[in-house]
Design a protein around this ligand. Sequence first.
Ligand code: ARG
Length: 462
Amino acid sequence: MPGKQRSWEKRLAAKPDELTVDYVESLSYDRRLYKYDIVGSIAHAGMLAEQKLITTSEFKAIKRGLIEISEEIEAGRFKFDKACEDIHMAIEAALIKKIGQPGEKLHTARSRNDQVATDIRLWLRDEIETQQARIVPLQKALVQLAGKHTKDLMPAYTHLQRAQPIVIGAYLLSFVEQLERDFVRLGNCRQLLNVSPLGSGAIAGSTLGIDRSSTARQLGFADICHSSVDAISDRDFCAEFIFACALIGVHLSRLAEDWILFSSNEFDFIRIDDAFCTSSSMMPQKRNPDVLELMRGKTGTIYGALIAMLTILKGQPSGYNRDLQEDKIHLFAAADTVGASLDIAKAIVAHTKFKTKEIASGLETGFLDATALAEYLVGKGIPFRQAHGIVGALVTLCEKNGQRLSELSLEAFRECCAAIDDDVYEHLGAANVAKRYLSAGAGGPRQIHERVSYWKQHLGTR
Ligand code: ARG
């Protein structure tokens, strides 16, 4: 390898073993930080010039050189040499090769430790906005579909047993709420990480008169990290971002699981478009929901990244340790995985049809109106606990006779409870129940009609 690739080379008597070179390099994956590394370096050099630690013409040469390097990387013309270890050393070495001595001044009052911490924070600020920009179209697709089904009913489940009737829109909007929290959570993470470590140096800062506020301002950070030791030590913000990704994964995997079930012959609630299904190499009849299964499975990849990140951070001695370099592997894996899943989830939602007729044909089985009947009795002055018992007995009777609650005669009702009148039939059946929901946030047509409007307006502003 050429003479001066490694900035620290003079310190060691022997060249690193080939195995060492391969083992310590991060250039193969941290090169994706290059833009942020260059932006950070330009800000740093600008500050060095402001503080007269370099001359204005040196700054100009550095800036020009860095911009050229950025263009070379962009165009695929830059030669990445793993002997440079990481993107920071690769760019610095290229700069020195390109502009000579001014390039050798760039690393004044800076270490790769504060440099990498800065790069990751800059990358994450953008990455968070990218992920948020992926959440919104998925929310919109769900709202769109919910808007089509503010009146069509489906069973809501608890314990995967039929519970109460809701409109399909109510089911769909539950995911919009979850994704909204994911959106806000990412924003909170961004706010907390938006402080500048640059100028913390290796661990203790610098004896030179640098101006950290200037670089922070230039880079759009809200403040500087006020502890140089903390600034180069901690990557809690990486763990937090991955956690936010993991929760998105939780939500997407639950949607995927529902829709895998809903698309089965047993449920037959939805039809996922062919474009998002695969078939079988052996069984010609198959339409498999592989995309959704992978969405569910890839959540495991994100959890893996979270556990890896937390484990890397755990028990390190204070200060920078090379363990931290591994953070980016898991950070990128989590971001890439969740990003791909959000994109395809949006596409699937936009192309899925709810089979309202098929769903409706099964709505009167499973006693979805039992709870509403108990509440009808509460309206007749019966304490809820007693009402619950009465309806339980009526359901048992129906099960014995193979009847629905709405098929019981008034006499049969009255035998169990004298308070029941013939208005009881207006409270039975899935449709009657759903339109009677009164409480805020309930799954009835009225509430969902309102919430669809709310979401359309709210998401329209994004
Ligand atoms: N590639 C390293 C990382 O990702 C940069 C910092 C290296 N610092 C050092 N003192 N060896 O963390």
